[in-house]
Design a protein around this ligand. Sequence first.
Ligand code: EPU
Length: 337
Amino acid sequence: MRVQENVSLKRLNSFGIDASARYFVEVADQEEVAAFVSEPHFADQPLLILGGGSNLLLRHNFEGVVLKVGFSGIELLLEDNDHYYLEVGAGENWHGLVMHCVANGYAGIENLSLIPGNVGAAPMQNIGAYGVELQDVFEKLEATEIRSGEYREFSIDECQFRYRDSVFKNELQGKYVITSVTLRLSKSAQLNTSYGAIEEELEAMNIGEVDINSISQAVINIRNSKLPDPDVLGNAGSFFKNPIISEEEFLQLRSEYSDVVSYPADTGVKIAAGWLIDQCGWKGKRIGNAGVHENHALVLANYGNATGDEIYKLSEEILNSVRTKFKITLEREVNVV
Ligand code: EPU
């Protein structure tokens, strides 16, 4: 196990924030995790587990230990009449996995093409896009408890998946290192094109028969057209969650704003946070080096050498103005450290 000190995290977070880690350790297999958890020096240090760094806002230098999870490998564990079971190392790139599945005819995650980040982070926030969420294909995951070094599996129920949420963002935050995720992919594709933008894009692509390949390509086209590439402009995708309000509050809102963008949700009505922020006039606005993207108001970006605190302060201003105008309190989707 190699321990580095005072390491810049600029290239390891998609916002491109130049913060540093007091200690930095990379683990690539179970033995290295075991060595890390049994090291007494780290026992009392604040810990940040880092995957692809694509859902992270570093407000300050991290005065503790950053643990980078580098487990690799995609293994077909098993197949039955209907499914392929694929065990994937937490350090694998998510989009690389999607491309592997599309190429091999493993159906189920094609709608999740081009989501930045690593596989180990996918269950943390139950990643989702275009009508599909990780939980739809999740079988189990393996993780090691930091305190005890104990290794265990988590079933879907134990992960407590919700909209952009799981047990790992709540009571188990920072307690486990996720080392692999097993997905259950289908042999016969259940094509999910119901999300408006996909059908339109498939039509524009003018292809004959729709399959997982064309859906993946449609999603890639849509994302490329409205979400900035983090390698070109630092960002973390949607900065806030889409808030869920009650039916009653929704009717009140719609009576004032007939064009409000909403989706049905289990516990009420989900409102497009991008629309709320846009209505407050934020699209394309900048405060110093931090700004709101000109194509999508839900995406905050680093337009120069923004500090994490600059981006955070911009998010505070947005939160306040949405609360004042709509009486809705947005919740951050990114992990603020
Ligand atoms: N809108 C505006 N102004 C804007 C942006 C959006 O009016 O500046 C309105 C538009 O009417 C648009 C609607 O909001 O149609 C919704 O926008 P979009 O289709 O881009 O979806 P979203 O609700 O903003 C969610 C996820 C995305 C995911 C897309 C597609 C959240 C917080 N975000 O975005 O996930 O890719 O749906 O399924 O749920 C991410 O988590 O980082 C992410 C990008």
